[in-house]
Write a protein that binds this ligand. Sequence first.
Ligand code: FA5
Length: 343
Amino acid sequence: MQDRIKEILSYAREKLEKINSSAECQSLRVELLGKSGKITELFRFMKEVPNEKKGEVGKMLNDAKSDVEKMISAKETFLADLELEKQINSVEKIDITIPSTECTGSLHPRTIIQHEIEEVFKSMGFVVEDGNEVETEYNNFTAVNVPENHPARDMQDTFWLDNGQVLKTHTSAAQNRILKKYPLPIRAIFPGRCFRNEDTDAGHENTFFQLEGVIVDKDVSVGNLIYFMKEMLSKIFKKEVEVRLRPGFFPFTEPSFEMDVRCPFCDGHGCSTCKQGGWIELCPCGMIHPEVLKNGGIDPEKYSGCAFGLGLDRMTMLSFGINDIRELNSGNLKLFKQFKLKA
Ligand code: FA5
């Protein structure tokens, strides 16, 4: 009996060495361990083994059974791995880290301008921040000095949510969070999508983008505001530009201004872009109201600040010569291909 067990074990080893498929493994399993398999048969002969040898032979037989099972399973795993490797090698290899040689899409014109403006401000020490699109009433209005029931709230026709929050009507909604987040002095810009319940026309959308900036430090003045805006506009329009301030009104700035840029396309001589006026209205701005600084945890006796809220769509339209803001939200790729940088 012991010899027969050894014989079967070496038979199994020899067979397994030659086997090349899982189907052959399975038939060997049946041949040795199946109902009438060679090893199964031996169990039937156990009753003929003398009692004093039963323990030893029984153990040998059980070990042989489990060894054979293990050997067949190991071979099956080996063959499965081999098969998988073959399949992997036969599939076309794509290296996703290789840079694309052909570009099928492009950045949205607004994104291109946003990135350009961000780079200019970053080079002047500004951090680029993000804002929420769904905002609390406090951040959107109260924190920037537009209290409840104040008529200034009517300046922006707001989308209110059932939970009392709003779709941010302006990027100024991020001011409070940013004033509280950064240690002084602060130089930050924050582009973002804004929403107002407005009828759309060539210059207005219900969904549009602004890029806001704040500077808070000791002795910040209107001069700083003019300097930073001039620098940014000169870089974007790729020529020295002239700006002017007109009085404006915003509850969150005092004094408030509207900043105009001398038309960079006709140098102020009058063209269709500036509607023959020589100046382009570009960016509301002003000195941050002391209440807004206080709400942000900043002492207005010690620090002052200025802020601006650039219409990013307007900048994009000027830069690309697009004359209808609705084109920017059209998603029409063929259309975007027509636009070339104007300046
Ligand atoms: C504001 O939203 C102020 N928060 C800006 C500001 C920031 C002032 C900091 C002072 C200090 P205003 O509502 O004017 O201001 O919007 C700013 C710019 O966003 C506009 O000049 C315009 O370019 C753009 N804008 C406003 N409403 C729309 C609209 N419906 N569609 C497209 N662009 C718009």
